[in-house]
Design a protein around this ligand. Structure first.
Ligand SMILES: [Zn+2]
Ligand SMILES: [Zn+2]
Length: 143
């Protein structure tokens, strides 16, 4: 069990299981939503994410057709995303984790949209466009 929370602590959650994949997402939406150069996301089973406090403070923003990004309405911290194309899965924003997850990031995703000031200096695989090499039979190509 790994603990996580938003910046203000209103929303707290626990993650069980190991997750499917972890990746750096450079897509335009993750950049905007995180206010940073990229987001670090973990695709995992929705049932492995348990909200232990602050559920009423979680708001969703429909960022693209079929995709909703959830955040703490008190402090604005991004929490996770859900896509209709990946039912039963969530894309957890790993910056909220208070402990190390069982995975490490395996790829840089959507590097076509990478922030111009950020230079990738590791040897992880870079995926420039919409083809996700992550487990998802009906992938829509969003993050
Ligand atoms: Zn908060
Ligand atoms: Zn993204």
């Amino acid at each position: 069990m790994i603990n996580g929370s938003c910046l203000c602590g209103t929303v707290a959650y626990q993650v069980s299981g190991v997750g499917d994949s972890m990746y750096y997402c450079h897509c335009r939406m993750c950049r905007k939503a995180s206010g940073s150069s990229f987001a670090t996301n973990m695709l995992m089973k929705e049932s492995d994410l348990v909200i232990i406090s602050g559920e009423n403070f979680i708001k969703g923003f429909n960022s693209s057709p079929g995709e909703t990004r959830y955040f703490c309405s008190e402090c604005g911290s991004p929490l996770y995303g859900k896509a209709q194309a990946r039912k039963g899965m969530v894309s957890l924003r790993c910056g909220g984790l208070d402990e190390a997850p069982h995975l490490e990031p395996q790829i840089h995703l959507f590097t076509d949209w990478k922030a111009p000031w950020y230079r990738i200096a590791d040897s992880l695989k870079q995926i420039p466009d919409l083809k996700l090499p992550i487990k998802s039979p009906t992938d829509s190509g969003s993050d």
